[in-house]
Ligand binder design. Structure first.
Ligand code: GDP
Length: 473
């Protein structure tokens, strides 16, 4: 295969033929609000709008200009609403087609009527994500960018929006580009070796090619490693709070949530069930799990709670082991420390507002090497430091939304596939197999990377992705 043929294979897919249908949808949530926006996209978007909308001061709609006017029933000329309408001619619009946005009063009755009128005039109701799908099919966005649009809409914290925005600006695609180039380079060399086997052409030697592929694997594995952080950015940290009864777990839980959720009492063993609640620390979502105190008990209900606590500990990204600094350490503390020893954990010495009854050295005597973080759930002392420590441990220092982070399961799966395929190729080369065998692996890797950005797609992948969008996007 020639260099040219290879780059053709990986270049951005040619835009799909212009979609003939004109689609319409309400782009804002259905409900009473100040404004609601109806959006149309497709070849008849402008014609349909012109039958509904009459500009007040201007003779017609000027591209990219918001125009004030009135909406009318086409049959009877009756007034439907006042509206501000903007026309974005294709190909420089969101979808790449002619797009019209009609901003009316946010009355569900009016909005429904405007959509109905557009349907009567020949538009079709858009499917979920269809505007963005068209943007993708028309080459306005690659697949990672389209997915970023969905992530942006679904973001629950500002941090998540920043990560999504970076992806929307193409950060992941840009990072993958040199890796694809390097794969193409390796493929070209191997293809040359195959095609000119009888001639005296010396393509790049195997060891040097293997070195190049090893570098590629290192890069891919760096990207792959960011997925753990990505999952946390998306789904949040699973943070379990454990400790014997009455050390202040519920109080700490409430402090971290900044609202009263768990019941705080002075009777040991009152938190019997594992409560879970979402909070966020510096924009990173945190699922806090307040567990039943772990201790030896004969109470049946309490022991069910304790079994659940152990499960929560096993599933957590991080465990906060809470000790009471105002009471001497005892066997129950030792059990908790022992049970969590193999987990990523932070040790918290709570109630530092009271006289302290033990020292770090006492923990060290039990073989606990981590220095405890001193806090008071009552006064709030030490909580900021605790939060920062939580982020540091869980995100491994990668807390800047500017870093490219893999947040998407689909992207992660394809990166792993690409890595496995490159490894197969390296093995084939180092074990003396023919170039053809190595080429199969490299082509598989290239296909996997291409699938991330959507250069290589199959219909059902698109269906899967865009069906998770909301209607009107
Ligand atoms: P849990 O059983 O571990 O969930 O403990 P709780 O959060 O229910 O707290 C037990 C008792 O300790 C309650 O009376 C809390 O008010 C008290 N407590 C919790 N944290 C602190 C603290 O930092 N300082 C002081 N002085 N009391 C606290």
């Amino acid at each position: 295969m020639t260099d040219d043929a290879l780059s053709r294979q990986t270049e951005h897919r040619s835009p799909a033929p212009a979609t003939q249908d004109t689609i319409v949808a309400l782009s804002t949530p259905m409900g009473r609000s100040g404004l609601g926006v109806v959006r149309l996209s497709g070849p008849r978007a402008l014609a349909i709008t012109c039958q509904l909308f009459r500009p007040k001061a201007a003779p017609s709609l000027t591209p990219h200009r918001a125009t004030f006017g009135t909406l009318h029933e086409p049959q009877t000329d009756e007034l439907v609403d006042e509206a501000v309408t903007t026309f974005f001619p294709g190909p420089h619009s969101y979808t790449g087609e002619d797009v019209v946005e009609i901003s009316c009063h946010g009355s569900p009755v009016i909005l429904r009527r405007v959509v109905e009128l557009a349907l009567e005039l020949g538009a079709r109701l858009a499917r979920p994500g269809e505007f963005t799908l068209r943007a993708f099919l028309n080459g306005r966005l690659d697949l990672t960018q389209a997915e970023a649009v969905r992530d942006l809409i679904e973001a629950q914290t500002i941090y998540q929006t920043k990560v999504a925005l970076r992806q929307l600006h193409g950060s992941l695609s840009q990072m993958l580009q040199p890796l694809k180039q390097s794969l193409i380079h390796a493929i070209v060399h191997l293809e040359t070796a195959v095609e000119f086997a009888d001639e005296d052409v010396t393509p790049e030697s195997r060891p040097s090619l293997i070195g190049r592929l090893d570098d590629l694997l290192t890069h891919l594995s760096e990207i792959e490693k960011t997925f753990r952080t990505g999952r946390i950015v998306r789904e949040g940290i699973q943070l379990a709070i454990v400790g014997k009864p009455n050390v202040g777990k519920s109080s700490l839980f409430n402090r971290l949530l900044a609202k009263d959720r768990a019941i705080v009492t002075e009777i040991p063993g009152t938190t019997r069930d594992a409560l879970s609640e979402a909070a966020s620390i510096d924009g990173i979502p945190v699922n806090l799990i307040d567990t039943a105190g772990i201790r030896h008990t004969t109470d049946r209900v309490e022991s069910i709670g304790i079994t659940r606590s152990r499960q929560a500990i096993a599933d957590a990204d991080l465990v906060l082991v809470v000790l009471d600094a105002s009471q001497p350490l005892d066997e129950d503390d030792r059990t908790v420390l022992h049970d969590t020893a193999k987990q990523p954990r932070l040790i918290v010495a709570n109630k530092n507002d009271l006289p302290l009854r033990w020292k770090t050295a006492d923990l060290e005597a039990w073989g606990v090497r981590e220095p405890p973080i001193s806090v008071s759930a009552l006064t709030g002392d030490g909580l900021d430091a605790l939060k920062q420590e939580i982020l540091k441990v869980v995100l491994g220092g990668r807390v800047h939304p500017e870093d490219v982070i893999l947040t998407n399961v689909r992207h992660h799966r394809l990166i792993v596939e690409a890595m496995e395929a490159v490894r197969r190729a390296v093995r084939a080369l180092s074990e003396g197999y023919s170039e053809e065998v190595a080429l199969v692996g490299l082509h598989d890797a290239l296909r996997a990377l291409g699938e991330i950005t959507g250069e290589v797609t199959v219909e059902d992948i698109l269906d899967q992705i865009f069906s998770t969008f909301c209607i009107g996007k």
